[in-house]
Design a binder for this molecule. Structure first.
Ligand code: AGP
Length: 613
């Protein structure tokens, strides 16, 4: 999730843009850059690291210009470094672009442009886009506004872009699809940004660009907006009411709630470009060179910590169930010290949101020393774990600011599902019809995540009932046993209520002694293989006076008669239920913690990334 800031007017653009980029620091990033012009050529200043590193780099450079565009990059294509930082230039250096989003078909466009003689200096999809705009502008002999519009008709993916042109300090062109862009309207000046945070101190009059719209922002004229199909649109001017702080959280009271509600888009972004729209086959570019190793693997050893370890447990069920590969899931902190046995055809897979967790990094280093192939699933491009692994797959969850992991977990499970389906397909351990059914369900999963989030109000009411309890039990079976563990972790780490997750059948081996009316139980009882057995576990709990919160498949009537509270999720294959059942548990933990007055985004004693032992 990158940050975009642009300015055009009669003031110096540099300080306004730098301050705007600092306002967007909450979005997380790994490099920053700015393009400025006084009407002649374009000066581009960019640097790996923070905005402060860019300021230090720019201190003795030409920073003049009343038009400028600035960018903070959260890498998706190409590791974080100066050459991959935005802005990017066209081949002739006359155009500069900043971009937030993912161009899915950039490799085919890059091949076409290379055949026409274009040369590229970075690994990014963004540079391909500005070369495409240059190619079309020169070929069609048209103005920049039209060249951008025509180019975007060739693009598949998500984008928020701002493009400026050498020799034109009066206007820049902006466009969006799938990534936000806000235009601030001042007195003979315009501002543009990914959200209103950098704009609100200058003007409260804003226009939100809609998906598929292209804008010509000229400081001497009224805003001109068209769709990429060339239909004129009248800009609708909003007056901003939100505070700066609430804008950073997207209007939510906490980053954690914002990130829970971002899951429809973060799951969509993680799947984007990884299911071929025509063939419906799974394409994981980062693992292409290791597909054979994965299909021939004797065992996959997953190493992770915390929430990522729970995602790894779901990976175990997926890889064994679908791809018939034995899996072992290890706490990285244990694995690294127990002199583990790693055989030649074993593959070690690390899962880490931050890519910096010390125990997971050390476990990987041990596996590497023992000659193992090491793969990774990370959310931070260019992180230590990502750089250490032989190959891997990035989750495109965007920065996760809340210490309690939510959207990172769901996108890790989405990647593991894609990996298991890919290997199962290659090995022939899944029938074509089952494969196609699951792909179809995956393509709908973002809508179903959206549906589950609609239980938000009900879950808040349930939370009010249980906010003062001292203990909680979470039960699940099969694919939802790890979800029970994750639900318990979420509750304890942000509300400080003690909670334990168990396989539902394990109750009778001890924990059932804990059950009484003071011990609420969350049970995941979705329609799946061992549903009837879960129902009998529920009856055992009820017989002992336990109060029950059940997560069920919509339309369930059996559990509804037994449970005190029921939260429904849409029907889906058993393998995909964790992508949905974990969401009500995130919301339950969030609301209980808020009602207990806990610091939800920064819980006591916790760090977002445990980079020490
Ligand atoms: C989960 O909510 C916690 N933030 C914590 O358990 C976390 O999952 C763990 O520290 C692993 O972090 P990583 O995914 O960045 O490696």
């Amino acid at each position: 999730m990158c940050g975009i800031v642009g300015y055009i007017g009669d003031k110096d653009a540099y300080p306004i843009i730098i301050k705007g980029l600092q306002r967007l620091e909450y979005r997380g990033y790994d490099s920053a850059g700015i393009a400025l012009s006084q009407g002649s050529d374009i000066t581009i200043l960019k640097q790996k690291g923070k905005v402060s590193d860019l300021e230090e780099y720019a201190a003795d450079k030409n920073r003049k210009g009343t038009i400028g565009i600035g960018h903070t990059r959260w890498a998706t294509h190409g590791v974080p470094n100066q050459k991959n930082a935005h802005p990017h230039s066209s081949g002739d250096g006359k155009l500069a672009i900043i971009h937030n989003g993912i161009i899915e078909n950039y490799d085919s466009i890059k091949r076409m442009l290379s055949e026409k003689g274009h040369e590229f200096t970075s690994d990014t999809d963004t540079e391909v886009l500005i070369h495409l705009i240059e190619e079309i502008k020169n070929h069609e002999q048209c103005k920049l506004f039209e060249a951008v519009r025509l180019s975007l008709n060739e693009v598949i993916g998500a984008y928020a872009i701002v493009v400026m042109e050498e020799g034109n300090k009066e206007e820049f062109i902006a466009a969006r699809k799938g990534s936000p862009l806000v235009i601030g309207i001042g007195a003979e000046e315009y501002f543009i940004a990914s959200d209103a945070t950098p704009i609100i101190e200058y003007t409260r009059d804003v226009v939100y660009l809609e998906d598929g719209e292209v804008a010509r922002v000229n400081r001497n004229e009224k805003l001109e907006i068209k769709t990429i199909s060339n239909i004129r649109k009248n800009p609708y001017i909003h007056e901003l009411e939100m505070s700066l702080d609430s804008i950073e959280k997207g209007g939510y009271p906490h980053f954690m709630l914002k990130e829970i509600f971002e899951q429809p888009s973060s799951v969509l972004d993680t799947l984007r470009g990884r299911i071929n729209p025509e063939t419906k086959e799974v394409k994981l570019g980062g693992l292409m060179d290791y597909e054979q190793k994965l299909t021939k693997a004797n065992r996959i050893i997953i190493v992770a910590c915390g929430t990522s370890w729970h995602a790894g447990l779901i990976g175990e069920y997926l890889f064994e169930d679908l791809a018939r590969i034995p899996v072992e899931v290890e706490y990285a902190s244990e694995f690294r010290y127990r002199n583990p046995i790693i055989k030649e055809n074993d593959i070690v897979l690390a899962i880490s949101q931050s890519g910096e967790t010390a125990d997971t990094l050390a476990a990987l280093e041990l596996a590497k020393e023992k000659g193992s192939t090491i793969l990774g699933i990370c959310n931070v491009v260019g992180s230590s774990i990502a750089r250490l692994t032989d190959a891997g797959v990035y989750t495109h969850a965007g920065p996760e600011i809340g210490v309690a992991s939510t959207k990172a977990f769901t996108t890790q499970v989405a990647v593991l599902t894609l990996m298991a389906l890919k290997i199962a397909r290659l090995k022939g351990t899944i029938t074509t019809s089952n494969f196609r059914n699951m792909i179809t369900e995956l393509e709908m999963i973002s809508d179903n995540v959206e549906k589950v989030l609609k239980s938000n109000k009900l879950i808040k009411e349930v939370a009010a009932e249980f906010k003062n309890v001292q203990n909680f039990l979470y039960l699940g079976r099969g694919y939802n046993f790890p979800v029970a563990l994750e639900g318990a972790l979420k509750l304890k780490e942000i509300s400080y209520i003690h909670a334990e997750g168990y396989p539902a059948a394990e109750m009778k081996h001890g924990p059932i002694a804990l059950i009484d009316e003071e011990m609420p139980i969350v049970v995941i009882a979705t329609k799946m293989g061992n549903y009837e057995k879960v129902v009998s576990n529920i009856q055992e709990v009820k017989a002992r006076g336990g109060r029950l919160i059940a997560i069920v498949t919509e339309g369930d009537i059996t559990v509804k008669e037994l449970a005190d509270y029921v939260i429904e999720i849409p029907e889906c294959s058993e393998q995909l239920t964790p992508l949905l059942t974990n969401i009500p548990l995130q919301l339950l933990s969030y609301y209980i913690a808020v009602m207990r007055g806990c610091n939800v985004d920064q819980p006591r004693n916790l760090a977002k990334s445990v980079t020490v032992e």
